[in-house]
Design a protein around this ligand. Sequence first.
Ligand code: DI6
Ligand code: FE
Length: 400
Amino acid sequence: MQFDRLWREATLATLSPRHTDLGLVHHGALGVVDGRIAFVGPMSELPAGARAREEIDLDGRLVTPGLIDCHTHIVFGGERSAEFEMRLAGADYQSIARAGGGILSTVRATRAATEQQLLETAKDRLRWLMAEGVTSVEIKSGYGLDVDHELRMLRVARTLGRQLPLSVASTLLAAHAVPPETDRAAYLQSICGELIARAAAEGLADAVDGFCEAIAFSAAEIRSVFAAARAHGLPVKLHADQLSDGGGAALAAEFQALSADHLEWTGESGVVAMAQSGTVAVLLPGAFYCLREQRVPPVAALRRHGVRMALATDCNPGTSPLLSMLTTMNLGAIQFGLTVEEALAAVTREAAHALGRQAEIGTLEAGKSADLAIWDVERPAELVYWIGRNPLYARIWRGH
Ligand code: DI6
Ligand code: FE
């Protein structure tokens, strides 16, 4: 067997689905051919006579799957630190939103920005994620709120995927807020008609998302958006039960959503519905932390019913200006009670499921894309334990 590259003396955290733990392999080897994993396992099982163009001795360093941030709003204009200061002075997120700030202030800044500005500012932010071993990211629209500006955001996401060594999944989140110049019914009609059709026809979206919340869209409104997505063959995701229990988790499950995200207010019946539909729970501890929320997602119930749990930054200028998956894991463990094994699976294997990309990424298994993060740590738990230390030694995307 001839590898393009072979890493030896690695501690592999394969996150292989056969294991309920991290699937650790000591004295491991990982060989790559054409950007894909061709061998992963103990060095003692390397095929006899295996050769490699390039061999790297890792001296026991930890290798994990490249990290996956499966929920971001990382393309946007401006920033909202002034609103952050208002919240520090006692204002709350919903009242700022109702007064025309919040999401709508980012909509104004995003529309005013050139495509080049959106691209450059998002690139800068993505580089922080990549510096901590992120190899795949999901990017939502939702700050355009009309046909042209939403499609423009999706195009920027696609361009980022072409220009950076990173896999990008793009999600149409037109149902994020009602734009100021349009009434609800007309806006919903444009989403369910022209917008979803064009995003699908132009290959700009991998999924459709919505914000199901008292300050955004009702379950009935989201249902019409999801029906249109389904008609165009696009899978769905949902911002569900973040600030109140609006039945979002059950609605997501009804449409076999890839994921339901946030879930602070989700009750047991929503969890059961998600378990039955195989919908992943994407937990977003950065938003929980920044909004000083008190009610944590139902982690015990998610565990009990076997719902996969992913963690993501939710990077956005309002509720989660967070550009660190390592910090996200720490927050998920401290605030939500995830174990180290759950936190690491949440940013790799389970995040891949949340994107429907589990055949390609998320574990170290032969045949998958060779997306790796190599770490200078003694123990896997250190990736969750340190706050503000980045022990990344190398980041490999598609074998390079
Ligand atoms: N939930 C969130 O946490 C973000 N969007 C959403 O639907 C917040 C977006 C923002 O405030 O700009
Ligand atoms: Fe979000």
